[in-house]
Write a protein that binds this ligand. Structure first.
Ligand code: ARG
Length: 601
């Protein structure tokens, strides 16, 4: 079985580099050969243009010298100089088919583990305890899940970290309120015994969180209006931080119910996060003082109005005042910043990570800028360690503004998923009227989640996007449903071909038709696309490429019959092998986005 297959693009790059080495001074020969796929050829190199500038020659003359060398490479069938000095290269069909043959039946499809040796901590999802998971948490959860899968496939040792918001003064307030209102029912078991939250059947963890969410708002009102309650709530914070048994038990119960609700959503989304991945803010509690002490010893924090702060020359408010990162408040309390500093230190020194990735809303950009700079000053981040804020934009409603319910509240993630599954059910049932009952339910559920995930992951993460369920569940256009559907078409051909399909191998001597070549060239790009995702931390590159692959398959499907009786046997065999390799590549690519590839829908 093959393990690593060099892509055609890599081979072409190597050939152009070799031609450069033979015709140019050494320092120029080492430059990037600038090879790209092209509409005018299999590959194109623009390197002659940039070389010409440095050499003071005409680009076409430089291109011509390279052309002569490349024309001697046996698997390159034609090299032409075009335009101002582009090199257009066509490859031999055998070169393409050999590559496909090497990828077929390899579980990794020939993709090397190019990122082994890295240890990456991926910090993502991170919802807040006692609050509903809302649409804002969807982006981080799905982008993070895909990055985890891609990095892991490329050999990186990945540590998932769910930095949930489970600590802070708000819990003092909530616990105090619950203690003073012992009659309130909020636990799943209590709601369940009462016949569900609205007397409409079994309760689940999500209902407990809904209840806590409203109780929290109630508590806030009392806190703001009643100074005596405010004082009791503040004492409760001290009790919690001081480890008072009863208070800690109440806190733990709230955390446990919330975590169960998060896990239900994760299971529904099919993301990898488990309870073992939770290292929330409270996890760092015992490490905070040491962090501040070290920053103090190193002279990185200064006292300002009683608080310990870090300042930066170039981070200033609109009034041109320096904006501090507050590490310890004047009352001795620690906040979000201290927790994150402790997390950086833990992740680099104890988890030994060399990549720290934070998939978090773009609105926290300044926090991460300050965090990384402070950690560098403190020596917790060193030159060999990358720390990146993998920022995401917001999800907007149809009006182009941050998504809200009609009543103006935040949209619950669970409701949004219900909506997507319902719409998916309608389109699947319409496309495939024979499906009924449980099979239809299962397929609709899968398609609805796939639709939401693909819509998320095909959007450039830094951009905002509009949540439009109708568009997401469409069978045509760039949707998850279209990709899944393409996979089912492949599966259907393979099923009908039976054993001939599983036994099919490529015959490298057969010529390829245009649509077959296009598909072959697309399939061969898989590894390069994954590497670009690992580098840029942008899953939409994979999502977009899968769409290109599916379109190339659709074009092949329409132009190259496979099972039709007049197709010669050896050509049918080659096409079946190509179907299988494409199907496996599509399925693997989708799985790296966390999307299933069903055989039927
Ligand atoms: N809980 C935070 C929020 O909902 C996100 C935490 C992100 N991770 C981190 N290490 N700061 O906004």
């Amino acid at each position: 079985m093959t393990e690593q297959v060099r892509s055609l693009a890599d081979e072409v790059e190597a050939a152009v580099s070799a031609a450069m080495a033979e015709t140019l001074p050494a320092e120029l020969a080492a430059l990037d050969p600038l090879v790209r796929r092209s509409d005018h050829a299999d590959f194109q190199s623009n390197v002659a243009l940039s070389l010409a500038k440095r050499l003071g020659e005409k680009p076409r003359d430089v291109a011509e010298r390279l052309r002569e060398r490349l024309a001697g490479v046996e698997w390159i069938t034609s090299v032409k100089v075009s335009g101002p000095g582009f090199l257009n290269l066509h490859l031999a069909d055998t070169a393409l088919v050999e590559r496909l043959a090497a990828r077929l039946d390899d579980p990794r499809l020939g993709v090397p583990r190019e990122r082994s040796g890295d240890v990456a901590v991926v910090d993502y999802s991170a919802p807040n305890v006692a609050k509903e998971m809302h649409v804002g948490h969807l982006r981080s959860t799905l982008i993070g899940d895909s990055l985890v899968r891609v990095l892991d496939f490329l050999g990186t040792d990945v540590v998932r970290q769910n930095h949930i918001g489970d600590w802070g003064t708000q819990f003092g307030m909530l616990i105090q309120y619950l203690t003073e209102h012992p009659e309130t029912r909020w636990r799943t078991a209590e709601l369940d015994a009462a016949g569900g939250p609205a007397g409409e059947g079994a309760a689940e963890a999500g209902d407990a969180v809904s209840a806590l969410d409203s109780l929290y708002r109630e508590a806030r009102k009392v806190f703001d209006a009643d100074p005596a309650f405010k004082e009791r709530a503040q004492r409760r914070v001290v009790a919690l931080q001081g480890g008072d048994e009863e208070t800690v038990a109440a806190w733990r119960e709230i955390v446990t119910e919330s975590e169960a609700a998060f896990q239900r959503i994760y299971a529904r989304l099919g993301v990898l996060l488990t309870l073992d991945d939770v290292a929330g803010e409270s996890f760092y509690n015992t490490r905070l003082q040491a962090v501040v002490d070290e920053l103090r010893e190193k002279g990185i924090v200064e006292e300002s109005d009683g608080a310990w702060c870090v300042f930066y020359d170039d981070i200033r408010s609109p009034e041109d005042k320096p904006v501090p990162m507050i590490v310890q408040k004047a009352d001795g309390g620690f906040g979000y910043a201290a927790t994150d500093l402790a997390a950086v230190r833990y992740r680099t020194t104890e988890l030994k990570a060399n990549r720290l990735l934070y998939v978090v809303d773009a609105r926290q950009a300044q926090h991460f800028d300050m965090l990384f700079r402070t950690a560098r000053r403190a020596g917790w981040l060193t030159d060999g360690i990358e720390a990146a804020h993998v920022r995401n934009g917001t999800i907007n409603g149809p009006d182009g503004r941050p998504f809200k319910t009609r009543a103006g509240g935040t949209v619950r993630l669970a409701d949004l998923l219900d909506d997507a599954e319902g719409r998916a059910r309608e389109v699947v049932a319409e496309k495939n009227p024979e499906l009924t009952g449980e099979e239809l339910d299962a397929i609709a559920r899968g398609a609805g989640i796939a639709a939401v995930k693909y819509a998320e992951l095909s959007t450039s993460r830094a951009k905002d996007y509009v949540f439009d369920v109708t568009r997401m569940v469409s069978f045509s256009g760039q949707t998850g449903v279209y990709l899944q559907y393409t996979h089912t078409r492949i599966a259907s051909i393979l099923r009908r071909a039976g054993e001939q399909a599983s036994a099919a191998r490529f015959d490298t001597s057969l010529p390829l038709e245009r649509a077959e070549r296009e598909l072959a060239l697309a399939v061969d790009e898989f590894g390069a696309v994954l590497n670009s995702v690992a580098e840029t931390l942008e899953p939409h590159r994979l999502a977009g490429w899968l769409y290109t692959l599916a379109k190339a398959y659709t074009d092949f499907y329409e132009n190259c019959p496979v099972l039709r009786s007049d197709v010669p046997e050896e050509i049918r065999t080659n096409r079946l092998a190509l179907c299988r390799l494409t199907g496996d590549t599509l399925a693997r690519g989708l799985s790296l986005l966390g999307i299933a590839a069903p055989d039927r829908m």
